[in-house]
Design a protein around this ligand. Structure first.
Ligand code: NAD
Length: 494
């Protein structure tokens, strides 16, 4: 697929998807979805609110109750259905990517990545469906004890805007493999690709009510999920601020489980013995891909004293090379920010960096003469730990390069943050790599690479970057309850 044939897709699904049907919101309200490359309206979408969430949760609750077709379905058949959904998403991949290009400003490489990691998660989790086992446990006395892993029930999945397909697939795959039903609320910025999946849920043959998708705003539809007495788990991906609200809502209501995948300010550490050109390139991508809208962005780049000046020079040269533009233009490396609010926040943080004494090497402003939400590639050097740009998640194309001398110093500084999502180290020295890997208070450590979640490996945050894990076998813990069964054995048989 080329950028040119990604041209404007036909948007067929703008209604809420409940009980396998596309329906209008009960209030009749709609809201616009904008194209971030042009700031123009793509279409209007039905605005779900509390009343619609109530209907969707009721549908999901009925679909997961004992004796329901979904509950009685063989686990292996559940796995087949999830795989079928993955096949349908793959079949319609070009259309889905074209939707993501206009609603999320995703360039070719990013929408391809979003779709492929989404698919690999669905297929990986489909494989778990009939491999979720309990244990037999040798408890004291004449008893037979075993455990069962049962679905938690209704899962409320609240999504951010940065990777709609990947996150829809992660949450759907895990919830369905474990036998749950789902109410998804996509971000109000990017509901279109996720709503499209509703049509594939019907085509794949899922029973009504197993998957429901309600587009709407966070303060209304999102909060209604978090507060709902019949939602058993909220799987939330988004900001720390909203993650806290979700956890508070769970505590105020039915103490539902929460799985929180939140923001980061992840350190990347480059030692003097590293391959500099390679570290510059990977460090660049870790911050500028998808215009910096990456939860795991390597946004605190610590470079050892001996190579600092050379590294900064090369990083600035690299940042100036990448072409910025809308996804349908050929040769574009990255697209726009998602909306005006993000542009304002990023510009405010750039200004604070300048004011606090960091050196602005390139960029620093909105791309001129462009209605879309584009920001120039920005590189700051001589950044110190106390500056706002070194402490706050920027979520934009802004690189912060900091200097360090010793391994002890960098470990302390890298960990001195409330975040703990990811980290990376570049070195040819295995001892240094292992010391860093063991010392980082972060859910993931990359050595000589910077990446994104893999379906097979758990991912999540230490500290304020999250609670619980997604991907890998660990995800089963989040989406199932453990039941213990103890049976008295008649004395003559013991
Ligand atoms: P956000 O927190 O603003 O919104 C996320 C979702 O929460 C949206 O669907 C929104 O409508 C909803 N929401 C808003 N207020 C709510 C409320 N009161 N109750 C319930 N739901 C509410 O985040 P965003 O701006 O969409 O996404 C960017 C953030 O997501 C960044 O901080 C990024 O680091 C994080 N993120 C984390 C991961 C991860 O895996 N850790 C992945 C992607 C994004």
């Amino acid at each position: 697929m080329t950028a040119a044939n990604m041209a404007t897709p036909e948007i067929k699904h703008t209604q809420l998807f409940i009980n396998n049907e596309f329906v209008n919101s009960l209030s009749g309200k709609i809201f616009p979805v904008l194209n971030p490359s042009t700031a123009e309206r793509i279409c209007d979408v039905q605005e779900g609110s509390k009343a619609d969430i109530d209907v969707a949760v009721e549908a999901a609750k009925n679909a997961v109750k004992l004796g329901s077709p979904w509950r009685r379905m063989d686990a292996s058949k559940r796995g087949l259905l999830i795989n079928k959904l993955a096949d349908l998403i793959e079949r319609d991949g070009s259309h889905i990517r074209a939707i993501e290009a206009i609603e999320a400003g995703m360039v070719q490489g990013i929408s391809g990545f979003d779709l492929s990691v989404g698919l690999s998660n669905l297929r990986y989790q489909a494989g778990w469906a009939d491999k979720i086992h309990g244990k037999t446990i040798p408890i004291d006395g004449d008893y037979f004890c075993y455990t069962r892993r049962e679905p938690v029930g209704v899962v409320g999945a609240i999504l951010p805007w940065n990777f709609p397909m990947f996150l829809t697939c992660i949450k759907l795959g895990a919830a369905l493999a474990c036998g749950n039903t789902v109410v998804i609320k996509p971000s109000e910025e990017t509901p279109l690709a996720t709503l499209y999946i509703g049509s594939l849920i019907v085509e794949a043959g899922f029973p009504p009510g197993v998957v429901n998708i309600v587009s709407g705003y966070g303060k209304t539809a999102g909060a209604a999920i978090a507060e709902h007495m019949d939602v058993d788990l909220v799987s939330f991906t988004g900001s720390i601020e909203v993650g806290k609200l979700v956890q508070q809502a769970a505590g105020r209501t039915n103490l539902k489980r929460v799985c929180l995948e939140l923001g980061g300010k992840s350190p990347t550490i480059v030692f003097a013995d590293a391959d500099i050109d390679y570290a510059v390139e990977v460090g660049h991508r870790s911050v500028f891909s998808h215009s910096g809208q990456l939860c795991v962005a390597g946004s605190r780049l610590f470079v050892q004293d001996e190579i600092y000046e050379e590294f900064v020079k090369k990083a600035v040269r690299r940042a100036k090379q990448g072409k910025v533009g809308s996804p349908e233009q050929e040769g574009v490396e990255r697209g726009p920010q998602i909306n005006q609010a993000q542009v304002d926040k990023i510009i405010r943080l750039i200004e604070s960096g300048k004011k606090e004494g960091a050196i602005l090497n390139c960029g620093g402003a909105r791309v001129a003469n462009n209605k879309g939400y584009f920001i120039e590639s920005t590189v700051f050097s001589d950044v110190t730990d106390d500056m706002q740009i070194a402490k706050e998640e920027i979520f934009g194309p802004v690189q912060q390069i900091m200097r360090f001398k010793t391994i002890e110093e960098v470990i302390e500084r890298a960990n001195k943050t409330h975040y703990g999502l990811a980290s990376a180290v570049f070195t040819k020295d295995l001892d240094k790599a292992l010391t860093i890997a063991n010392s980082m208070k972060a859910g993931t450590v990359w050595v000589n690479i910077h990446g994104m979640p893999m379906a097979q490996a758990p991912q999540g945050g230490y500290k304020m970057s999250g609670i619980g894990r997604e991907c890998g076998e660990e995800i089963i813990q989040e989406y199932t309850e453990v039941k213990t069964v103890i049976i008295k054995i008649p004395e003559k048989n013991s």
